[in-house]
Design a protein around this ligand. Structure first.
Ligand code: SF4
Ligand code: SF4
Length: 323
């Protein structure tokens, strides 16, 4: 495939990845690499200071949530409830989380103040990259399906940083300056899972959606799922790992992503007790059958709206990995 053909093919995905920006947002179609250059400056002296913190949909990754909930000294459950909204991503069927904007005319970010971002050092990855957009899509290369990451500029009329700025950066320099490379590293495996899930034809059910939501965005409840259900009877992990993930939220997040990769059949990386696993699956099926019967009996009752937050019952109710 020529570079031009590859670029054309990439654009629909690019737009999809950036649909979380503004409606009809002026994403430039020029495909950029880490070596591409831009002239841009952003600081409290620019005439448009904080104009970019309104009317925007900011998608959050597990590491974004972890940093913000720690900054605000909230449980993940409280953070998610107070500051986010979720939606089901069409292609993968997976729940995505977004910062919930204020219900005012400007749709302001809840963290913007006249002095700037009140959580600046813990702001999400998308805010760090802006005005650079980041996209990844899957391409075939040398007989293998691999991730293809690229960048583009988001030039919005209200953003004067292109006109008022004089400093020139490569995308790589901008990424380092904004500490976005570190964020990329933290959510690489999670984004991989998201991308690869889009390639499966497997149906996404509510249990899988709930598991994905729990392990991705609600670490405090995921910790309970691990330590207060019979999870550790099925998934055999050594004591040292157990101690680490119980006490260290970042380690718990990495474990949760590793577990999701396992549960979604992307990687085989856990030892399991297959007898206990079989019992759990049988129990889950019984529950599903009972739920089906109850649903049939309640036929005629209104169903949950599409795109709503998946059911988040007791974590112990969630089925473990298929086995
Ligand atoms: S989190 Fe901070 S940088 Fe991001 S939109 Fe909100 S106020 Fe702006
Ligand atoms: S220059 Fe652009 S990124 Fe900086 S405050 Fe203004 S609108 Fe936001």
């Amino acid at each position: 495939m020529t570079e031009e053909e590859e670029k054309k093919e990439s654009l629909p995905d690019l737009e999809e990845n950036l649909s979380s920006l503004r409606d009809g947002g002026p994403v430039q179609e020029t495909r950029l690499t880490l070596e591409s250059r831009m002239t841009f400056e952003c600081h409290p002296g620019v005439s448009c200071f904080t104009a970019c913190c309104n009317n925007i949909d900011i998608m959050l990754t597990p590491y974004d949530v972890l940093r913000m909930k720690q900054r605000l000294d909230l449980s993940s459950t409280d953070f998610v409830e107070k500051y986010t909204r979720s939606a089901i991503e069409e292609k993968t069927g997976l729940p995505q989380l977004f910062l919930r904007m204020e219900e005012n005319e400007k749709r302001s970010c809840p963290f913007v103040t006249p002095e700037g971002c009140s959580i600046y050092t813990d702001r999400p990855s998308m805010c760090r990259y802006y005005p650079v957009g980041q996209a990844v899509h899957r391409i075939e290369k040398d007989g293998e399906i691999v991730n293809d990451e690229f960048f583009m500029l988001i030039r919005e009329p209200h953003c004067k940083g292109f006109e008022e700025g004089e400093r020139t950066w490569t995308i790589a320099e901008w990424r380092e300056n904004q500490d976005a490379a570190h964020y990329d590293e933290m959510h690489r495996r999670w984004k991989d899972l998201f991308m690869r899930q889009g390639e499966h034809s497997r149906d996404m059910d509510e249990t899988r959606q709930a598991l994905f939501f729990l392990a991705s965005y609600d670490l405090d409840r995921f910790r309970r799922y691990v330590f207060e259900s019979d999870f550790l009877k099925v998934i055999l992990i050594d004591q040292q790992t157990q101690d680490r993930i119980r006490d260290d939220e970042l380690e718990l997040m990495k474990f949760a992503i590793r577990y999701l990769n396992y549960a979604f059949g992307i990687e085989e990386s856990f030892s399991i007790d297959s007898e206990v696993a079989k019992e759990r699956v049988a129990r889950a099926r019984e529950k599903e059958e009972a739920a089906d019967i109850a649903a049939e009996q309640a036929a005629g009752a209104p169903a949950d709206g599409a795109g709503s937050v998946p059911s988040q019952g007791d974590p112990a109710d969630l089925a473990g990995p298929d086995s």
